[in-house]
Design a protein around this ligand. Sequence first.
Ligand code: F6R
Length: 242
Amino acid sequence: MTVIVVDSADQVAAQAADLVVEGLAGWSNPLLGVATGSSPLGLYAELAQRRSRGRLDLSGVRGFALDEYVGLGPSDSRSYAAFVRDRIESPLGLERGAIRVPAGDTADPAGYAADYDREIRASGGVHVQVLGIGTNGHIGFNEPYSSLGSRTRVVELTAATRLANARFFEHVDEVPRAAITQGIATISEARRLVLVAVGEEKAEAVAAAVEGPVTTRVPASALQLHADAVLVLDRAAASQLR
Ligand code: F6R
């Protein structure tokens, strides 16, 4: 596990973009794993800017999203499918649908999740997986006490996560109670993991993930076991590291 600490959110975005570009380079069918949420927005904006300056061509990139709320279909603006379309595919110049997102509106979420996992494996594997971290140490929607061997599945969201994500909804009661998420083992099969974290509210989870034991209590601690996991942090997110 490598930890890079920089001064600002802009520098987090630039460093993470370098790691993503480097990790995708040289593959004929590059596969990018994407996270949604606030943390990687700067990274996606940085990649979009490099593209608009003619310095980057990601048009052949395909990939997979980490997760989706159960009950939200792609036409719902709060779905992760909408996030992927509007904040990733479109600005980065990827083909529409190039990034697969779990179908939140499927009639059989459990069966669908298992198929999604098989599809990732059959693709040959993700080259670079972008991650954020929850204040409780979650990655994807693998909440504390998720098995380190977990695969893509349906999970219940904790009250803390629903509250943290309530900002995207009118009321916390509207935040779905379940999600389809790639498992910790699924995520860990990506060749490179790039986790971005900004701000003091992530400092405790970051410290536990980096310096604590590898434990299901802190899902992000699984990154300690990965051969090419890089955490890119601003000073505030790194402030509880010794
Ligand atoms: C979203 C995801 C989550 C977020 C995490 C942090 O696809 O996988 O694990 O990365 O909840 O969210 P933000 O970045 O909004 O603080």
